[in-house]
Design a binder for this molecule. Structure first.
Ligand code: ADP
Length: 515
């Protein structure tokens, strides 16, 4: 309940005051003071929301009473209600903290309650402001982010504790001696980027990383100031640096491993090449002696002996083909394959010519539309297409006439950096230039053959990988390995889409040639 101190010697005036207050307030309590000792006791023992005082008192005067109230309760509003005061007294009283001054005359009585109401509201608003300010300050001080404001000349105006802590400064006074422009190595002007990462040397010699964010504001006086935030990002920065270093070592390790692998691979391929090469001489001897036996000594052998001899000759011939194919495969890794624009239509036409005999004997039909130009090595590309086409002609169910369709599709793709093989003679520059090209041609060769089960889609591209016996479908199992190596050496890719019994669709991808 509102507790009001009334200091007035005149009983009818006190009554008047109470009556006027009753008009405005429903419930309140008053302490009526008649002499010095009652006043002293009231100040000592009670708390008031408001004081209404007269100026002329038998035992004191309004100014002294005002000062006494304010010194005891600085926030307690005081209204002087008097008919003995004058302008000088009013001014003096205002300086001492008086909240309102009302002349005690019938004309002004009604103003009293209104003034009390107004003063109370103002005091409540002030308290609210103070409370909010305190709350804001305690939040700012508890915050781990430095909050500050400074002039555009870098002089600190105010800051929270975190700001001082971050900069290892003792207090605001010490901080105000620092030119923040020097400290942040930034001009703090309107052109400067709003957010900046800064490294600051710490007392222990290590670096502290902070993120500075600036906003420009104008004060009510029209002065431009900077409001700023300062965050400690040292651990973030350290993690970033550690990650970068880790990445670098990782990349170094990957490239040295790759180099080692390439080296081992090259050695293996060289070994395979020389073994295959060396196998040819004894094989030729076996073939020649078998031939001599067949021509000159056939009459000395019975039917079984002859059969064995023919089998030796057949196996030797197969082995010869195997060795030839292996050598072809090895050569593909070693030889230089200069890349140039190649007309896919011409390549497919040439492959058709080479396979003409087979196409006719199998009554095969090969359909193809005009095809675009790609970047490839012409002879290798022809070899790949011939291998794929001859497989499409070969792997059909008995009695089925091969139906083959060839078409190309343009595909836009982001640069392939990691998975495209380096071309022979290709330098980093040409590689980068080529990598920025995003148009690829996917050439597809689709057949109506026996199809390939999903689990073999990768395996069939390996050396000697075959899914059928030689008696059913003859072959050496190296055609697709050659196709893959060739395509990859030309910077492309190869793959298959197929399901058992549903035909196959082989796909080779090349960079499109754009004149
Ligand atoms: P080869 O044709 O000498 O057997 P390849 O390396 O060309 O060897 O092919 C490997 C294997 O992949 C073949 O033995 C066959 O099982 C399977 N294959 C290849 N092309 C096709 C195709 N068009 N349809 C069905 N299977 C195929």
């Amino acid at each position: 309940m509102l507790h009001i101190l009334i200091v007035d010697d005149n009983p009818s005036d006190r009554l008047l005051i109470i009556r006027e207050l009753e008009r405005e307030f429903s419930g309140f309590q008053v302490a009526e003071i008649l002499d010095a000792s009652a006043f002293a006791e009231a100040l000592a023992t009670e708390i008031f929301d408001m004081a209404i005082i007269d100026y002329q008192l038998r035992w004191s005067n309004g100014l002294e009473v005002l000062r006494a109230v304010k010194s005891r309760f600085p926030d307690c509003p005081v209204i002087m209600f008097t008919n003995t005061g004058n302008e000088e007294i009013a001014v003096e009283a205002m300086k001492a903290g008086l909240d309102d001054y009302i002349i005690k005359s019938p004309r002004h009585y009604v103003r009293l309650a209104v003034a009390v109401q107004g003063v109370l509201k103002r005091v409540a608003a002030q308290k609210q402001v103070v409370r909010l300010e305190n709350r804001l300050q305690s939040l700012l001080d508890r915050l781990n982010v430095g909050v500050f404001s400074c002039t555009v000349n870098g002089r600190l105006l105010e800051s929270n504790q975190a700001f001082l802590r971050l900069l290892e400064l003792e207090n605001l006074q010490q901080a105000q001696l620092v030119d923040l422009r020097d400290l942040f190595r930034t001009s703090l002007d309107l052109d400067t980027a709003q957010t900046k990462e800064i490294s600051l040397p710490k007392a222990d010699g290590l670096l502290k990383w902070v993120l500075l964010t600036q906003y420009f504001n104008t004060t009510s006086e029209g002065e431009t100031i900077i409001d700023g935030l300062l965050e400690d990002i040292t651990s973030l920065k350290q993690a970033e640096i550690a990650l970068r270093q880790l990445n670098e070592t990782l990349e170094m390790r990957v490239s040295s491993r790759t180099a080692e692998l390439e080296d081992v691979n090259a050695q293996l391929e060289a070994f395979a090449y020389s073994v295959s090469h060396d196998l040819r001489a004894p094989l030729r001897a076996i073939e020649s002696f078998a031939q001599i036996l067949l021509t000159d000594y056939a009459s000395n052998l019975d039917a079984t002996g002859l059969d064995f001899l023919q089998r030796i000759e057949g196996s030797a011939a197969l082995m010869n083909t195997l060795i030839e194919n292996l050598l072809d495969y090895s050569r593909l890794s070693r030889s230089n394959l200069p890349i140039e624009p190649v007309d896919l239509s011409l390549i497919v036409a040439e492959a058709n010519t080479q396979l003409g005999e087979e196409i006719r004997s199998k009554k095969a039909v090969i359909a193809f539309e005009p095809l675009p130009h790609v970047l490839a090595h012409s002879a290798t590309l022809l070899r790949v297409v011939v291998n794929l086409l001859s497989n499409a002609l070969k792997f059909v169910a008995p009695g089925v006439e091969p139906r083959i369709r060839i078409w190309a599709q343009e595909v836009e793709e982001p640069p392939r950096r990691r998975d495209s093989a380096r071309l022979v003679g290709e330098t980093e520059t040409t590689r980068t230039e080529l990598d920025t090209m995003t148009k690829w041609i996917h050439l597809r060769i689709e057949d109506n053959g026996i199809g390939i089960a999903q689990e073999y889609h990768q395996r069939i591209f390996g050396v000697f990988e075959r899914l059928h016996g030689v008696e059913v479908y003859p072959g050496t199992g190296i055609g697709l390995a050659i196709a893959r190596k060739g395509v990859e050496r030309m910077g492309g890719r190869i793959g298959v889409e197929s399901a058992l019994g549903q035909g196959s669709r082989f796909r080779i991808e090349f960079r499109k040639y754009e004149p």
